[in-house]
Design a protein around this ligand. Structure first.
Ligand SMILES: Nc1ncnc2c1ncn2[C@@H]1O[C@H](COP(=O)(O)OP(=O)(O)OP(=O)(O)O)[C@@H](O)[C@H]1O
Length: 305
């Protein structure tokens, strides 16, 4: 647990970042304290990579401020304590695994010993293998391992296990948990709830460039379990539907009305009790995006879409 953190290690204050007409981040504020393990969850294109690139000083915000370890991320002094792995990583193909670790270690004053790096990520037996001959999963593990060689205080990982098989994912997750348990701050992006669940205690949901939710894992999992209740009702009764207990959002899809519900059973019971006329009732799962968007849109029933 992080306890009380004196100053956040990562801080974004009202940050907006555009690419031409596309607003990748829209007025985002977020702080991450010492020792936290935060998951950034959101669909493709939500703005997660952009957020990480700002924290790394690779890009500048159009407005707002970004701080890493209390400094401008473009200040080399801020980045001394940073380790990061982008979605795609290039490795020198002819160098051996152990040599690449040594190469990176050469940049730091107090690097993790080669043996420890390899051990943590299950790479010990591959130390003499050229990186060009590694499998995708092995290469990915090495890339993440390299981000920890300098013993960073803050680790940023962009979709660390996308495309890996189950065993490789679990090895990586365990290595990250172990590293964080030593006191490091870890921010990890993913569009998989499963990955966030395995790693994070706090989850920040990003959608269309905005922070849609920022809560502990249990609360976010509960939101993600939302259901869609579809039914046909005369339009004049839609306002009454919105007032039913448990209804988070009401919208129109073709001829049917869709109710978003945290607890579909509760909504259906209330619907029957209300005596409202309805037909063609169906309960379905909601997508993660739908669930979060509806929950954070203030459940505005005046705006059926
Ligand atoms: N270099 C760029 N030029 C133009 N548009 C960009 C650029 N990088 C990102 N975008 C756009 O900004 C938005 C946010 O992209 P970003 O990569 O930050 O999202 P993401 O959540 O990381 O998605 P993914 O999981 O696919 O990487 C998207 O609409 C994307 O198309």
């Amino acid at each position: 647990m992080s306890g009380v953190s004196p100053a956040p290690l990562v801080a974004l204050d009202r940050v907006t970042r555009r690419y031409g007409d596309v607003t990748a981040l829209d007025d985002v504020s977020l702080t991450v304290g010492e020792g936290e393990m935060v998951g950034l969850l959101g669909p493709n294109g939500a703005g997660k990579s952009t957020l990480l690139s700002l924290v790394q000083g690779l890009r500048r915000p159009d407005s707002g401020t970004v701080r890493l370890c209390g400094l401008d991320p473009r200040d080399p002094a801020a980045r001394v304590g940073l380790g990061s792995t982008p979605q795609e990583t290039g490795l020198p193909a002819t160098l051996r695994v152990g040599e690449v670790v040594d190469l990176v270690a050469g940049h730091y004053r107090d690097p993790m010993p080669r043996g420890e790096v390899l051990e943590r990520f299950g790479l010990t037996d591959l130390a003499r293998r050229q990186t060009g001959g590694l499998s995708g999963g092995q290469r990915r593990r090495l890339a993440v391992a390299l981000s920890l060689v300098g013993r960073p205080r803050v680790v940023l990982l962009d979709e660390p296990t996308t495309g890996l098989d189950v065993e490789a994912r679990h090895t990586l997750w365990q290595a990250l948990r172990d590293y964080q348990a030593g006191g490091a701050t870890v921010v990890v992006t993913s569009h998989y709830l499963e990955e966030i669940e395995a790693l994070a205690r706090r989850v920040v949901v990003i959608g269309a460039g905005r922070v849609l939710a920022d809560d502990d894992l249990t609360a976010v999992l509960a939101m993600a379990a939302a259901r869609r209740v579809l039914l046909e009702v005369p339009t004049e009764h839609e306002a009454a539907l919105a007032a039913l207990p448990g209804v988070l959002d009401v919208r129109r899809e073709d001829r049917r009305t869709v109710l978003l519900a945290g607890d579909a059973d509760e909504v259906v019971r209330a619907l029957v009790r209300s005596g409202l006329p309805f037909r063609d009732l169906e309960v379905r799962g909601a997508s993660l995006e739908e669930a979060f968007l509806a929950l954070t849109s203030g459940a505005d029933p005046e705006e059926p879409r």
